[in-house]
Write a protein that binds this ligand. Structure first.
Ligand code: ZN
Length: 188
């Protein structure tokens, strides 16, 4: 199959598998927006050289959120894609705090492709926290989320300077939304 057809087939599958899912913020964007953003980030980060990584990005939450069987992904998109998706899939039987701790601890030991994908995923998620934070998240919870995502990102340093820059920018932009705007107040 031509690679670009496989990429579109993955985008189509992702749209179907996440069709009823929305981002948590008040804007309630369709979940496919997140998947496309992550796919775009990894495509740019790899200069369009790695279709399987783009496909894995489109499908990266399919197992975790939509319980799509790994074998189904492997049969449709190949073993490499399924393996990358598995690497970025949390064990949902564990409590959330435990899953977060494991993400920090294991990030540095992932494959190169999984690391690039994780950087892109965290970048997209932090951008969403800044642009449209979940209405029921306190400032403290948002700050803790950004601190945690930054900690995961720290474990992925050296993987892709461009993507690391995108993550740093997203973290800084999110933090700016936590503090009152003091521009123009010089205290005089
Ligand atoms: Zn994601």
């Amino acid at each position: 199959m031509q690679e670009w057809i496989a990429v579109l087939k993955a985008a189509d599958a992702a749209a179907r598998w996440h069709t009823h899912q929305r981002r948590k913020g008040p804007a309630g964007e369709p979940y496919i927006n997140h998947l496309l953003e992550v796919a775009m980030l990894v495509a740019q980060a790899t200069h369009g050289s790695d279709p399987n990584l783009v496909i894995a990005a489109l499908l990266h939450d399919a197992i975790e959120d939509s319980e799509v069987p790994r074998d189904l992904i492997a049969a449709a998109f190949g073993e490499e894609v399924a393996a990358i998706v598995m690497e970025v899939t949390d064990d949902k039987s564990l409590p959330q705090a435990e899953r977060k701790r494991i993400q920090v601890e294991t990030a540095a030991h992932k494959s190169h492709k999984a690391k690039v994908l994780k950087l892109a995923d965290k970048t997209s998620n932090i951008r969403a926290i800044a642009a449209s934070p979940p209405a029921d998240w306190s400032v403290k919870r948002r700050m803790e989320y950004v601190d945690w995502a930054e900690a995961v990102g720290r474990e992925l340093r050296g993987v892709c300077p461009w993507l690391e820059g995108q993550l740093d920018e997203a973290v800084a932009a999110a933090r700016r939304t936590f503090t009152p705007d003091t521009t123009g107040t010089t205290g005089k």
